[in-house]
Write a protein that binds this ligand. Structure first.
Ligand code: OSB
Ligand code: MG
Length: 370
């Protein structure tokens, strides 16, 4: 594969509704899009890093720096035959998984387009429709939350995930369960609790949650293992799983019974597949997490969700929940039954709306192979 050119854009796209997690509230999507060009084909990738290092240590500025300064020169210097070999080219760079994953994604889109294959088939996907869940942020009032849940259920979504934090947990869940006794429900704390909260977290057991995602410290396995031994509710890990070894250790320590796979967090689709395959072999179900992606990243999430062990509804939902107008056409849509039908077009399966992308671009760098 000969990549002649790479264009890196920082874009800013307003959210229809703010999104609040235990660590911050965001009003617009700021991220990087990677465009690679070569042999007459274009590939697109989106970076999972956001405007600040709150979910993970990277932000879009660190990612822009690492891509420009280290990844692009390595990519142009190397002769890689396949996208799956990209990791070996950037293996000398420690950390920065989201920066690496963004470029790798563009290469996978590029290669599958060259092969005239839908990305999901190229990755070895086994299903044509994926079940969808939604992640609902912390709201200003419980009434707003209940109204939002109702709206999402009316749209067909198959499971509801609520963001929680100390002060927005037990009382909220009581109200939600009173109103929606049978809805498949889970919570995500993004690491907002500590070892002093084990008793408090045990109060969540009565709400029949599918799982509790990342209750404790973002970089922990040991305390999660202690917590999981005390809880009947399955623990799901997100932030704590940075690569295959973390997944192996988590399962060995029984720190979780479910894993949320995000391609960006684990440094790309090759590593995501490794984790997927290991979990499959260990009988641990996985689902695809989201990072409030625009269409380019969302399409990638749809593709990876077709792999065999993505058996639980993920946080992959319709574009229009987030954006008035997405970076791709058509936008990602969800059926009234709560499924996404995967595109059969080559690559990520959606066209990038280049005119719109240009309009929302706030910074642009181009790199050409010499
Ligand atoms: O922890 O899964 C998370 C959004 C931003 C950062 C972290 C997380 C999330 C979500 C939203 O839960 C998932 C989505 O709708 O894309
Ligand atoms: Mg999470």
């Amino acid at each position: 594969m000969t990549i002649e050119k790479l264009i890196l854009r920082e874009i800013s796209l307003p959210f229809i509704h703010f999104f609040e997690t235990s660590f911050c509230r965001v009003y617009e999507k700021q991220t990087l899009l990677v465009q690679v060009e070569g042999e007459g084909t274009t590939g697109w990738g989106e970076c999972a890093a956001a405007e600040g290092p709150f979910y993970s240590p990277e932000d879009l500025y660190s990612a822009r720096h690492v891509i420009s300064r280290h990844i692009v020169p390595a990519l142009f210097e190397a002769e890689i035959g396949k996208a799956e070999h990209f990791q070996s080219v950037v293996g000398f760079i420690r950390g920065h998984p989201m920066a690496k994953a963004a470029v790798e994604a563009a290469l996978f889109d590029w290669e599958s387009k060259r092969l005239e294959l839908p990305l999901w088939e190229f990755l070895g996907g086994v299903r044509r429709t994926i079940p969808c869940g939604v992640s609902i942020g912390i709201q200003d009032t419980p009434q707003q939350l209940l109204a939002k849940i109702e709206e999402e259920l009316d749209s067909g979504y198959r499971r509801i995930k609520l963001k929680i934090k100390p002060g927005w947990d037990v009382d909220i869940l009581k109200r939600v369960r009173d109103r929606f006794p049978d809805v498949p429900l889970m919570v995500d704390a993004n690491g907002a609790y500590g070892v002093e909260d084990f008793e408090h977290l045990a109060k969540l057991e009565e709400f029949r949650l599918l799982m509790i995602e990342q209750p404790l410290y973002h970089d922990d396995l040991i305390e999660h293992s202690r917590l999981q031994k005390e809880l009947k509710t399955p623990v799901c890990l997100d932030e704590s799983i940075r690569h295959l070894r973390d997944a192996q250790h988590a399962i060995e320590l029984e720190a979780c019974r479910v894993i949320n796979i995000k391609v960006g967090r684990v440094g790309g689709v090759v590593e995501a597949k490794r984790i997927h395959d290991y979990c499959l072999q260990q009988g641990v179900p996985v689902w695809c997490g989201g990072m409030l992606e625009t269409g380019v990243g969302r399409a990638f999430n749809v593709a990876i969700s077709t792999l065999e062990n993505f058996v639980l509804p993920g946080d992959v939902s319709a574009s229009h929940r987030y954006f008035e107008k997405d970076t791709i056409t058509p936008p990602v849509e969800v059926t009234p039954e709560g499924f996404i039908e995967v595109s059969t077009a080559p690559g990520i399966g959606y066209e990038t709306d280049i005119e719109w992308v240009e309009r929302v671009t706030v910074h642009k760098d181009s790199f050409t192979r010499e």
